[in-house]
Design a protein around this ligand. Structure first.
Ligand code: OOG
Ligand code: MG
Length: 264
């Protein structure tokens, strides 16, 4: 893929988000797209957003961490994306959906790091050792592609469908949490949408983050002290409509809440 097409992909993704409209999938437009080029597009897009939106990097996110989603996409590993400071929304508040194309919400466990952690050869135990605390979170995912349909490479270029994230305020040390059996109840407007446990995230969310630490090392990147990492959806994502109230009760932590409305 030529530099000019990489730049076009970055520009198309940037404008789609800015103007709240969708794009056709890249696979047909760029036949020689591969994983490296998809992560190149992601990196250039993040650089552009940092410059034009005057923001900075706050952390990372994992996508496609559940077996069900990996099977759906025909892949055996997750994807990752970058979180920016201006993607953060306050917990317990009402937020506008006007900037979302077709946003969906999903509960996740967030990790905040107390030291740098650099792959390769990082294990789940080392992730836990380097974590200051874990806390319940929501991720708003949004795809810049039509009908939320994409290939793995499209989604990687699109920063793994990242849009916003919401951190709860119940923090626990990571060794105080059962990383597989901790239960979750996800509700929309009081109705249970899904129940799950942390094992839904690759058996253990710390394993998902270890995978990411090793994967980003191949591009010379690492998780930095103070960064937040969203470890991947614990349940399916639920479409957001104006007036919706969402809650996710995390066993041992408490409940995280958020509301959405139309208009500013
Ligand atoms: C959308 C992003 C998935 C998650 O937690 O699984 C994601 C996608 O790439 O399918 O954020
Ligand atoms: Mg997610």
């Amino acid at each position: 893929m030529k530099t000019a097409s990489l730049e076009k992909a970055v520009e198309d993704l940037f404008q789609a988000e800015k103007n709240v409209r969708t794009l056709p999938q890249f696979a047909t437009e760029f036949p020689d797209f591969d994983e490296d080029k998809a992560y190149d597009v992601q990196e250039l897009l993040i650089d552009k957003k940092c410059r034009e939106e005057e923001t900075g990097i706050s952390g990372w996110k994992l996508g496609l961490t559940s077996k069900a989603k990996q099977q759906m996409m025909g892949v055996h590993e997750p994807s990752y994306g970058v979180l920016l400071k201006n993607m953060s929304l306050d917990e317990g508040q009402t937020h506008s959906i006007d900037r979302f194309i077709h946003g969906k919400l999903e509960p996740e466990l967030a990790f905040v790091f107390k030291e740098d952690i650099q792959g390769p050869h990082i294990t789940a135990a080392q992730i836990i050792q380097s974590t200051a605390y874990v806390l319940p979170a929501f991720e708003v995912i949004d795809s810049r592609f039509e009908a939320f349909k994409f290939t793995l490479l499209d989604a990687v270029a699109d920063n793994s469908s990242s849009c916003r994230y919401i951190l709860g305020n119940q923090m626990l040390p990571p060794d105080a949490v059962d990383m597989s059996l901790t239960g979750i109840v996800f509700r929309k407007n009081g109705e249970v949408m899904a129940t799950s446990t942390l094992a839904a995230v690759m058996g253990n969310p710390a394993s998902a983050i270890a995978w990411m630490a090793n994967k980003i090392a191949k591009r010379g990147q690492f998780i930095k002290k103070g960064q937040v990492v969203l470890s991947g959806a614990i349940t399916q994502a639920v479409h957001i409509e104006p007036g919706d109230h969402f809650s996710a009760a995390f066993d041992g932590f408490g409940t995280i809440n958020v509301n959405f409305k139309a208009g500013e």
